[in-house]
Design a protein around this ligand. Structure first.
Ligand SMILES: [Zn+2]
Length: 197
């Protein structure tokens, strides 16, 4: 798994999913049962399954089920499905970016009030309805500057957009692999020609 894929898999299910991903990657196109994976990882079968389902949710693995002829039990065979994961990642980032932008607009277009304890945080309209009293601790609701929240959201949006840009560059490189080898041959030839001179 490359750095980006590891990061994605970690996001999906933390360290254990990364371990699963690495095991599945080693097998390439070969299948493995959840039981065998659990043994390899030294995890119990339920934890292993739970995390395989997390990967399945993001289409990062595929599975096949068959019935054991001897005892009639259902066996699940899993394998890695990492190809095209960049597309899933871009889509997820895009959804988050949209959510954060909506939140950002809401933060920007309202004045915010809260009590000192922080149990209530509301817009000006809501604060008026509450007579500027926190319903929980009953202390006064004061105007709060929300620059920090705005900056946090802007930071998150920027990071996700940067990541998507990087993924798009990465994808272009994958697509361009073939013509690139041609041009590198041309470069080699040019170098060779030059060295003769
Ligand atoms: Zn309060």
């Amino acid at each position: 798994m490359d750095a980006l894929l590891s990061k994605f898999v970690f996001y999906v299910g933390g360290d254990i999913c990364v371990k699963l991903g690495l095991e599945l990657e080693k097998l390439g196109d070969k299948e493995i049962t959840d039981q065998e994976l659990a043994e390899k990882l030294g995890e119990d079968i339920n934890t292993t399954r739970k995390n395989l389902y997390k990967l399945l949710d993001y289409n990062l693995v595929t599975y096949r089920r068959t019935r054991d002829k001897k005892n009639g039990w259902i066996i699940f065979y899993f394998k890695a499905n990492f190809e095209g994961y960049e597309g899933i990642l871009v889509e997820r980032n895009q959804k988050q970016i949209e959510n954060w932008k909506t939140l950002l607009e809401y933060e920007k277009s309202n004045m915010w009030y809260s009590c000192d304890a922080g149990c209530t945080r509301v817009t000006f309209d809501k604060a008026t309805e509450m007579d500027f009293r926190c319903p929980q601790c009953e202390s006064l609701l004061n105007f709060r500057d929300n620059n920090q929240r705005i900056n946090d959201l802007l930071g998150k949006i920027q990071m996700a957009e940067k990541e998507n840009d990087e993924i798009r560059v990465l994808r272009k490189k994958v697509v361009k692999k073939k013509p690139k080898s041609k041009s590198s041959k041309a470069t080699e030839k040019a170098i060779a020609d030059n060295s003769i001179d």
